[in-house]
Design a protein around this ligand. Structure first.
Ligand SMILES: *Cc1c(COP(=O)(O)O)cnc(C)c1O
Length: 403
């Protein structure tokens, strides 16, 4: 007869199987049991045929990985603790001492910081390239170039780069490409199939696609997670080995939160898009604004590339930036941001709450690449799910603070 404490730990009750419910169950584990020593010795953490250790997956992480792979049109997915960890995992797995990586000058800033602060210390060099100019990428690819990062639109400045063309150049030169496809969220375009209609360039998709699930897939502003998607078993295994060695596990409650949000992703994406366009269309004609930067708007840099990739009636994330007239000082634009009530000051995006961030763009870009020519101060808006009339009224009252 066991003591009560032992019964509490080794309880004989097993609930009936075949439990069906809208949400998949959440399996949390560091330790996973093996049926016997032979099974333990035969463990295989690489192929999702079974379970070995929490870091290498549970039914819950496998389920989300399959769904994210499907969302992006890939065949393999690896979950990591943040979008930035996905970027780091890819660069660490695909580069070694003596190699060079090319990163768009307008990429998500921490990707550039990872190259400068970490990769450089390991003898991996980097160059930033002007992603609006395919000839610049072409000229920078050398014998040491082993990876080219792609991203559209440019972070903060929102210019939509000619992705299909850039990826095509890399393919011709035999260089692997990794696309940060957070903006498209698996909805606006497919990273493995870059191109649209007659204008598509055959076979010009990226080799690896990363996502910050933190953004629209989570949709709550409360979860950090990233994903690395491929269509190639060999490439997936290279990425997976690095992932295993660095020990990047994800919280199972966080996986559950994303599994729960994912079915509404296409609806939310459209809602954010529609609200952002309505607000942007109004804001661009305000006398305080010098320029609107939103890839779906005629006149925004790279609009034709967005149209070619996403389609004439294509979708876009609910993000845009505006450049204020040059006459407004930093202090005045700061006062505008501070005066906003519904738009909160905060980084990241993709949740229900609208956000705003003022940026000092020249300090974020290499002067020699000259992609950025505007003089006024830039403010980026991330449009949440509030009523768009209320958001517009909020921006209108805050514009009063500029005077
Ligand atoms: C937010 C973001 C990331 C990083 O995601 P985190 O989960 O915050 O680390 C990477 N790339 C892009 C384009 C992003 O917007």
């Amino acid at each position: 007869m066991s003591k009560p404490i032992t019964d509490l730990i080794h309880h004989p009750y097993v609930p009936p199987g075949s439990f069906g419910a809208p949400q998949p169950g959440v399996y949390k584990a560091s330790t996973v049991f093996f049926a016997n020593v032979a099974a333990m010795r035969a463990r295989d953490w690489k192929h999702k045929q079974g379970y070995t250790y929490g870091l290498h997956g549970t039914p819950t992480t496998f389920t989300l990985e399959e769904r994210i792979a499907t969302l992006e049109g890939g065949t393999h997915c690896i979950l990591v603790p943040s979008g930035l960890a996905a970027i780091a995992n890819v660069s660490m797995a695909l580069l070694k001492t003596g190699d060079e990586v090319l990163i768009p000058d307008n990429a998500y800033g921490p990707n550039k910081a990872f190259a400068d602060g970490e990769l450089k210390n390991w003898g991996i060099t980097y160059q930033f390239y002007d992603a609006m100019n395919p000839a610049d990428l072409q000229a920078r690819i050398g014998p040491q170039t082993k990876l080219v990062w792609l991203e559209a639109p440019g972070s903060v400045t929102m210019e939509f780069v000619p992705l299909a063309h850039l990826a095509h150049i890399c393919r011709e030169r035999g260089v692997l490409t990794a696309l940060d496809n957070t903006w498209a969220g698996g909805i606006a375009f497919n990273g493995f199939d870059l191109g649209h209609g007659e204008r598509r360039v055959a076979g010009s998709g990226a080799d690896v696609v990363v996502h910050a699930l933190t953004k629209y897939p989570s949709g709550g502003g409360d979860v950090l997670m990233g994903a690395i998607v491929t269509r190639d078993e060999e490439l997936h295994q290279r990425l997976k080995l690095t992932h295993m060695r660095v020990g990047w596990g994800v919280g199972l409650n966080d996986v559950e939160a994303i599994l729960r949000s994912l079915p509404s992703l296409p609806l939310r994406y459209r809602a954010h898009d529609a609200a952002a366009r309505e607000l942007a269309a109004w804001l661009q004609h305000r006398p305080e604004i010098a320029q609107l930067l939103h890839p779906a708007f005629e006149g925004s840099p790279g609009h034709e590339h967005w149209r070619a990739l996403c389609g004439d009636d294509g979708l876009a994330a609910g993000l845009f930036s505006v450049v204020f007239q040059e006459r407004y000082s930093t202090a005045q634009v700061d006062a505008f941001c501070d005066a906003l009530k519904l738009f909160k000051l905060g980084y990241s995006w993709g949740g229900p709450v609208s956000l705003v961030v003022p940026y000092d763009v020249p300090s974020m870009r290499s002067a020699r690449l000259g992609c950025w020519t505007h003089k006024g101060i830039l403010v980026r808006f991330s449009v949440g799910l509030e009523a768009v009339e209320d958001l517009r009224a909020d921006v209108e009252q805050a514009l009063g603070a500029l005077a």
